[in-house]
Ligand binder design. Structure first.
Ligand SMILES: C[S@@+](CC[C@H](N)C(=O)[O-])C[C@H]1O[C@@H](n2cnc3c(N)ncnc32)[C@H](O)[C@@H]1O
Length: 398
């Protein structure tokens, strides 16, 4: 049987079906339907709808369009044609579900062994570089992150992007896939500024794992080869709103344009002020929170985030645009916890309301010096801390 021209460009098929059905979830929604059909069993529209997180009429419309293109056959329940099987194989989709809670269910002995092996790798890593807000998650957390991505239907995927990988998620994906007997990613693209982290990944990933290691400072736009390429992203940013916004912006840059793609974020819990700042950044970037698992990430050592962080599953909305001017998104502002500590802060005189900038590189270096001088206007010695000067990440939604 000859392969239909539509199937020579797998993402062309996804785009065609998404367009024809005006699917709000875009190519990502079509990919989820194909993933539901990737197994040996035929599936009813209701089952596909649950698996693909689409309402039944929407899943049925997608199936109808896939039938028109010769990807799905004419029988009920639905099954793939030979061309459909070829398409699914090209995209590296496999039927895989994880039906129990990935963050709390006991791990199988195979996965416990993977977690142990990942813990052992930490001994071979260079020490954490605190100036880059590095901090290593436990092996069990690494395994559970992968299981969560499977449970969410984000893995297996044609292409996974990881922005910042001192947790060696790329290695965990390969090893969990091997333990489950199912390859989880056609390719993994890792972006990290640290040559040492990339070297650890290169030396500890299974030889057949397709991992593209890119040494890059995300203050700058991604190299063109990494742009618009992946179908799911994961990131562990520095522990600042600026860091989260910048790393997420780069994750979006690496994802295929259009809505529906999943982005996983691991980030320490914050007090209400910075928490609402993060929420604002997510909205600005066009990301909606689909799941938030508080404190599920466990780290070795206490560190800045107290040994725990939250896990977010975010979904890209239609706001993401292929027309983004990425070159305008270079960022040179404060990024890491230490950068913010060094930033000046405004202090307000409790007596007269006069404002003073206090910071290590300012004429008034500390609040102690300000109190010792007294307020030049009213002589008062009591000052209230104000907020840090606002910093903005140049965004792709300007
Ligand atoms: C910011 S650290 C935080 C990680 C920690 N494991 C966590 O879960 O919170 C994550 C990774 O980002 C990398 N990184 C830090 N600054 C970067 C930059 N400007 N560009 C690219 N990668 C960076 C670090 O080398 C590290 O591997």
């Amino acid at each position: 049987m000859s392969t239909s021209p539509a199937l020579t460009a797998p993402f062309g098929v996804l785009a065609q079906v998404a367009d024809a059905t005006q699917l709000g979830e875009g190519e990502a929604g079509v990919l989820r339907v194909l993933r539901a059909l990737a197994g040996p069993d035929r599936r009813a529209a209701g089952e596909i709808s649950r698996f693909a997180r689409l309402p039944v009429p929407v899943a049925s419309a997608v199936l109808g369009e896939l039938r028109t293109l010769g990807v799905v056959d004419g029988l009920r329940p639905a099954g793939l044609t030979a061309d459909g099987r070829a398409l699914v194989a090209t995209l590296g989709l496999r039927p895989l579900t994880y039906a129990v809670d990935p963050w709390s269910a006991p791990l199988s002995p195979d996965l416990v062994a993977v977690a142990g092996a990942l813990d052992a790798l930490v001994g071979q890593q260079p020490d954490v570089d605190v100036t880059l807000d590095q901090s290593f998650a436990t092996g069990e957390t690494k395994v559970r992150r992968v299981l969560w991505m499977i449970a969410a239907g984000a893995l297996p995927t044609p292409s996974l992007l990881i922005v910042g990988d001192d947790d060696l998620l790329s290695v965990a994906v390969a090893r969990v896939g091997a333990a489950l007997g199912v390859p989880l990613a056609g390719e993994v693209v890792v972006i990290d500024i640290s040559a040492a982290i990339l070297a650890t990944i290169a030396s500890s990933a299974p030889p057949d794992a397709a991992i593209d290691l890119i040494e890059h400072d995300v203050r700058r736009p991604l190299p063109p080869a990494a742009r618009g390429r992946s179908c799911v992203a994961s990131t562990d940013p520095p522990y600042t709103t600026q860091g989260a916004a910048l790393f997420l912006a780069r994750a979006l840059e690496g994802l295929r344009p259009g809505p529906g793609w999943d982005a996983f974020l691991h980030y320490g819990a914050k007090p209400p002020g910075p928490a609402i700042d993060l929420q604002g950044e997510l909205t600005r970037l066009g990301l909606v929170v689909r799941e938030l698992r508080p404190g599920v990430n466990h780290y070795l050592g206490a560190g800045v985030i107290g040994g725990r962080s939250d896990a977010y599953r975010l979904e890209l909305t239609a706001q993401q645009s292929a027309e983004t001017d990425w070159e305008a998104t270079a960022y040179d502002g404060p990024l890491y916890t230490a950068d913010l500590r060094a930033r000046p802060r405004t202090y307000v005189c409790a007596g007269c309301g006069e404002r003073f900038i206090v910071g290590p590189r300012e004429p008034i270096a500390t609040v102690g010096a300000l109190q010792a001088h007294g307020c030049p206007t009213c002589g008062g010695t009591s000052f209230r801390p104000g907020s840090l000067a606002p910093q903005s990440i140049p965004g792709e939604k300007a």
